[in-house]
Design a protein around this ligand. Structure first.
Ligand SMILES: NC(=O)c1ccc[n+]([C@@H]2O[C@H](COP(=O)([O-])OP(=O)(O)OC[C@H]3O[C@@H](n4cnc5c(N)ncnc54)[C@H](O)[C@@H]3O)[C@@H](O)[C@H]2O)c1
Length: 339
């Protein structure tokens, strides 16, 4: 069987930390045959380090030579590169968030429908073992009523790359970090349609020189994104979701939490626990062992390749990633109104 030829576009942190190692492990079904980066020197270094044959400065030049691309550029370029790749007949795994705005996401979705090629978005939290198990456990939870999502870091603003630049990333803690847990929660809830979104955003760090930060330094004067966000989302089936996300909370410790209270029971994903009320008792169950792949990046790459090869269905569908972007847009808009 011929192997799927993969091109990597943007060879910074996430490309080297997650995608290149994952695709190289799956070498029975695919090979990374090309890399591209606007920083050609970096592209050449990475190609040499990982033994990748072709290097391009302009990503368009690789489309003839690959069957699929993995887009790992700043968010601003996700839509443009995805649409160009799909139009050239190339399958796409695009990093999260899907794009800067929901309008761009809709254009990406249209391009995937027109081309009939795969468009996957790298919401890798869904591939964590706890998340996959929690999806199964939803049958004991019943209809979801109230979902709580916390994605909180204590003073950990990414000081590298362009994460604090709104024009390149579209936002801060919410679009970069909270999006993962929001995506996971809505998927577990069965992707109900949202009907109202209200939020508050904070960017206190932009006014605070020399902030204490665990993940490098940043210039507060150019920091123009949210550092803390709260939101309340209602769904058409009556369910509601409370969201809090931050890169820089003043709290005891980092917290990553998704919990769902449903009609019959409840669950928490991190740690994985089930709460039931049966036979006149309240029971708590903790997972003693959970099956699956330990590395969610590897499971994600495998699902993408298998889908391109017609052997599987996408776990993260682009329509679902679009909904996450619609909610993010609406949180940012509602926060502007109430400021
Ligand atoms: N899934 C996750 O948990 C996760 C974690 C980190 C980053 N990300 C996402 O990955 C993407 C990249 O983040 P990163 O941390 O790797 O950033 P990075 O700054 O380390 O790397 C980005 C690379 O893209 C290159 N680039 C910029 N514009 C380009 C263009 N038009 N064409 C080709 N290359 C271009 C840059 O030169 C750089 O090498 C972002 O969308 C980010 O949200 C996801």
């Amino acid at each position: 069987m011929t192997k799927l030829r993969i091109g990597i576009i943007g060879v910074g942190g996430i490309a080297q930390g997650r995608h290149i190692p994952a695709f190289q492990k799956l070498n029975e079904d695919c090979e990374i045959s090309a890399v591209s980066d606007v920083n050609k020197e970096r592209a050449q270094e990475v190609a040499a380090k990982y033994n990748i044959e072709n290097v391009y400065e302009d990503y368009r030049d690789m489309f003839q030579k690959v069957d699929a691309v993995c887009i790992c550029t700043p968010n601003k370029f996700h839509a443009e590169i995805t649409i160009a790749a799909l139009e050239a007949g190339v399958n796409v795994l695009c990093e999260k968030p899907m794009a800067l705005s929901s309008e761009e996401c809709e254009e990406m979705l249209e391009a995937s429908k027109r081309s009939n090629k795969v468009l996957a978005i790298a919401y890798h939290y869904r591939f964590m073992k706890n998340s996959q198990a929690a999806k199964q456990m939803m049958q004991d939870v019943g209809t979801p009523l109230v979902t709580r999502v916390q994605a909180l870091r204590r003073r950990k603003v990414p000081g590298w790359g362009v994460f604090t630049n709104k024009s390149l990333q579209g936002g801060g803690s919410l679009i970069d970090y909270g999006c993962h847990l929001l995506d996971l929660a809505i998927w577990l809830m069965g992707s109900p349609k949202h009907i109202s979104v209200n939020g508050s955003t904070y960017n206190i760090l932009s006014k605070t020189p020399n902030s204490v930060n665990q993940w490098g330094t940043f210039d507060h004067e150019t920091f123009d994104v949210d550092d803390h966000v709260t939101a309340y989302i209602k769904f058409e089936n009556g369910a509601s979701l409370l969201l809090e996300t931050s890169w820089a909370a003043n709290i005891l410790d980092d917290q990553e939490h998704v919990s769902i209270s449903g009609v019959e029971g409840g669950l928490s994903v991190f740690p994985l626990e089930l709460y039931t009320a049966k036979n006149g008792m309240l029971m708590n169950s903790q997972a003693a062992w959970v099956p699956g792949e330990d590395d969610p990046g590897l499971a994600q790459a495998k699902n993408f390749i298998d889908t391109c090869l017609g052997k599987a269905e996408l776990v993260v569908k682009p329509e679902e990633a679009l909904q996450v972007s619609q909610i993010i847009d609406q949180i940012y808009k509602s926060a502007e109104v109430t400021k």
